[in-house]
Write a protein that binds this ligand. Sequence first.
Ligand code: PMP
Length: 287
Amino acid sequence: MSKQISIYINGEYFSREDAKVSVFDHGLLYGDGVFEGMRAYSGKVFRLEEHLIRLWESALAIGLKMPISMEQLTEDVNATVAKNELVDGYIRLVVTRGSGPLGLDPFKCSNPQIIIIADSITLYPESFYTDGLDLVTASSIRNHPGALSPRVKSLNYLNNILAKMEGLRAGCIEALMLNHKGEVAECTGDNIFVVKNGALNTPPIDAGILEGITRNAVIELAEEAGIDTTELPMTRHDIYTADECFLTGSAAEVIPAVRLDGRDIGDGKPGPITKQLNEAFRALVRA
Ligand code: PMP
């Protein structure tokens, strides 16, 4: 049986069974909305402010006026974490366009729904953190930045889902997504880094990626450790020939990737810099 949780919707709390939104909500009908996925460590949300800034920017990008202030939402996220006695867990924050008539018109929608779910998550089995995971390159590409910018964390994740299906069918839990130019973008739910000659390379934001909060944290940790990071347009060649590779994400944290398309990356084992940054990240979130 699932644990009893209290789900926040627009300032009120509901049980799992009673937490409902309208079937006329354009979040459901058209994927019209934005979201964030965050983690709490020892009861404190990691980089909540950065997540909320990204949420606000995503909302702005799709012309969705946030119905409450950032201060209020900060309080409400923290209150939902506390109410659920979440110590180490995951928080999903969703803002939908709200309900309206059938038809795309977002201007006819009223009452955007703010939903906060604070629960546990196990994204990947623990063995993947010690042994690394396998990636496959998906044929579904990341959103073209000229269409829906990948910087917008919108409720439209369909091409990432198609890529994820390709990965899973090939026996890989994550898949590498390229951009419309054939360059490396990111994975379906994680950013990607490689280690080459003792330094880090990661695709730049304008490769068409989400600007990951974990990505930024890892770049800062690398800098503190004296490891250079270059935001570098990359092709798969750069991964095939890398010494190490790892992925970052709020849910995934820092996880080694040891194979791409059946080829070993480096010696096919998590490398020393990946391990060092993983430890530094774990220390940071527990600090
Ligand atoms: N890229 C995509 C496509 C994502 O969905 C996510 C979040 N799951 C990330 C990267 C990682 O971002 P963050 O570190 O902010 O969770």
